[in-house]
Design a protein around this ligand. Structure first.
Ligand SMILES: Nc1nc2c(ncn2[C@@H]2O[C@H](COP(=O)(O)OP(=O)(O)OP(=O)(O)O)[C@@H](O)[C@H]2O)c(=O)[nH]1
Ligand SMILES: [Mg+2]
Length: 453
């Protein structure tokens, strides 16, 4: 009773603006109550700094900012002021303030703040920061500086080798499959096999394939009397290779290459990269904009033609795709290869199938033995879904090879296993990025080694 009485006495005092009563409230953790009271005393120079401090502590930056702007600039230190400007989106003011302070941290923040909008100025500021940085800070900073220089065209963009690129692209998958570290020194038992199965599923091998694989490993470890993970690992590689080995396929040499695949799977991009590869081999390349559904699709192929140095045949949006193909093939004698882009709107399944068959008939009117390859482009990141997609396209045409794209980024490289084993169509190429050179041949051995080395 007494305690309760005393407390409310204190609150009453605080509400009257008694500084020590307010401080006691805060000490007891009643910060919101204190803020509500203090907001009635913004004019009071003794109480105002307490309110400011509370705002900052509670992350109420906009209120803190107002207090500084409308009541007293000196409430905040220069750093706090800069932080407030940053928080309320006054970038220019924040940068000015940070530049005035001029220490490493401030210059760093200023540089990062305008990195996107004003790369040139950002670069200048970050270079100033670099002079003040300690060795750990340097590394981080140098990365930003390199990016800015690349963006401004001051340095050549660092090119990754093919193998580096594949390694990086599989890194995400490998994180899931970090067997080496994860299972090192462990004995092979039920727990290990269960964990392994879960990891394989997470790497997008698919439940069916993962279960099957682990079952094989279980049997094999009994048969060969395998006790440790180190003995089991080669068997796992062997098995994976057995799955993938059957899928190895090389791109055949010929004239006409037809590309299929749903929207966004990477057809147009892959055509661009392949055109570039053929050009480098000294071939004359013609692209055919058989995806006439959107004007953007045609423009996109035009850009790739330019980048790769290929010629292109296109008609306006909405034209009959088969008629564009016809026009391209009329000119095909003058070229070594013709790459044909198509639209992939799966929701109009029947018309799509008809359209693709018609395109093939047109090709064969000119070249009865073509197309050399009918390539299905699949997005690796969608994992199992690609299998049902593939089945639809297979209904339309005989697919001679698969190109698996987007193995970089959010890659789930394991998807290649169910794709190989369920579809039994050779995988011919891998897409590992959006650049001209980001196309690789598929080598199962390298792939498995990279996946679980
Ligand atoms: N990271 C990454 N992105 C890719 C790759 N291949 C394609 N892309 C991106 O995926 C998106 C779709 O690629 P497109 O080539 O336009 O796909 P499409 O199959 O032609 O799509 P539609 O024309 O809409 O039918 C684009 O943003 C590409 O840049 C790849 O290997 N890696
Ligand atoms: Mg396209």
């Amino acid at each position: 009773m007494f305690g309760f009485f005393k407390k409310s006495e204190e609150e009453k005092l605080a509400e009257k603006g008694d500084k020590s009563a307010i401080l006691r409230l805060i000490e007891k953790g009643k910060k919101n109550k204190a803020i509500a009271i203090l907001e009635n005393f913004k004019e009071n120079p003794e109480l105002r700094p307490i309110l400011f401090k509370l705002y900052m502590e509670e992350g109420k930056y906009y209120y803190a900012y107002q207090l500084v702007e409308y009541y007293d600039k000196n409430l905040a230190t220069a750093k706090e002021r800069a932080l407030l400007y940053e928080k309320v989106g006054e970038k220019q003011k924040a940068v000015e303030e940070y530049l005035r302070i001029g220490d490493f941290e401030s210059l760093y923040r200023a540089g990062i703040l305008i990195k996107e909008d004003e790369p040139k100025k950002s670069l200048q500021i970050l270079e100033r920061a670099l002079a003040l940085a300690n060795p750990i800070e340097r590394k981080q900073l140098e990365e930003h500086i390199r990016e800015l220089k690349e963006k401004l065209g001051l340095v050549e963009v660092k090119k990754e080798s093919f193998l580096e690129k594949l390694k990086n692209s599989l890194r995400r998958t490998k994180e899931v499959l970090e067997f080496g570290v994860l299972f090192a020194g462990r004995k092979v038992d039920e727990d290990l096999l269960e964990e392994l199965e879960e990891r394989l599923i997470r790497a997008d091998l698919g439940v069916k394939k993962a279960t099957e694989l682990v079952e094989e490993l279980r049997k094999e470890s009994i048969r060969r009397n395998i006790k440790t993970w180190e003995e089991l690992l080669p068997v796992l590689k062997e098995r994976l290779l057995a799955y993938l080995g059957n899928c190895k396929g090389e791109l055949r040499e010929g004239k006409v290459y037809l590309f299929l695949g749903v929207n966004g799977s990477g057809k147009t991009t892959t055509i661009g990269k392949l055109a570039y590869r053929f050009k480098k081999q000294g071939k004359k390349v013609l692209l055919c904009a058989g995806d006439t559904f959107r004007s953007a699709a045609i423009e996109q192929l035009q850009v790739w033609a330019q980048r790769s140095g290929a010629d292109i045949v296109f008609k306006e949006e909405g034209s009959d795709p088969a008629s564009v193909v016809y026009q391209a093939l009329e000119r095909a004698d003058a070229y070594d290869v013709v790459l044909i882009d198509t639209a992939g709107r799966l929701h109009t399944k029947e018309p799509l199938i008809r359209e693709l068959r018609k395109i093939k008939q047109v090709i064969q009117k000119f070249y009865p033995e073509e197309p050399t390859e009918t390539l299905l482009v699949l997005d690796a990141t969608i994992g199992q879904n690609s299998i049902s997609q593939a089945k639809v396209f297979r209904e339309a045409l005989e697919v001679s090879g698969i190109i698996l794209t987007k193995l970089d980024g959010s890659s789930k490289g394991g998807a290649i296993v169910p794709i190989c084993t369920e579809l039994r169509i050779p995988v011919k190429l891998l897409g590992v990025g959006e650049g001209l050179e980001d196309l690789q041949d598929f080598d199962p051995k390298t792939f498995v080694e990279e996946l679980i080395s």
